[in-house]
Design a protein around this ligand. Sequence first.
Ligand SMILES: [Zn+2]
Length: 202
Amino acid sequence: MRVQKLWPYIDWLRIWKNLNDAPVSEDTRCIWYHVIHDIIPTNVRLHRINTIPSDTCRRCTATDTLEYRLLACGQGRKIWYYTKTLLARMMRTIPTSIPDDWPFRPHFSTWPSQKHRALLWLLANIVIFRMQQQSDLTLQDYINFLNRTRWKLMRDKNGRNLVGNYLTLRLLMSYIYMEHLFLMFLDHTQRRSTIDGTPLDE
Ligand SMILES: [Zn+2]
């Protein structure tokens, strides 16, 4: 396959197994298949065969590559960072240690299998969410989307067994919770510094 030639040192058998093992709908798997095999008609591709006049994104002026569309346009970077935070929490590591190519080439393996499938579920879902071609969708929209998709998975006993306790609501909400705590902290320091007679603004 073309992708095997482009990235020859990557374990493609592992990637295809992961694609099959992801606990997601067939529609989601199909779109992830297209992304993994790099066969999405981005504007760069369409422009190259003269189908459209420009290779830039329809919403911003950046070049519309697959990487840009998936992880950068609009709130893409924020959404990907949030996703990395969740992946890192599940793997008990830090977000920066999660490779940026996992949505395109999920070539990892981890244990236990429920954790492994929970990671795949999240990666497949960021791909689907970002491929909706509405880059004005926010991080909050993404979190709502994940909650709905998680609910669909969890209402089925088989779905629950596939991911175990790795996809908790608490995990998905942790980022908002952290932001909330941070704002409370700010509020608290502001109030305290006012009491001390040294307002934060000055
Ligand atoms: Zn854009």
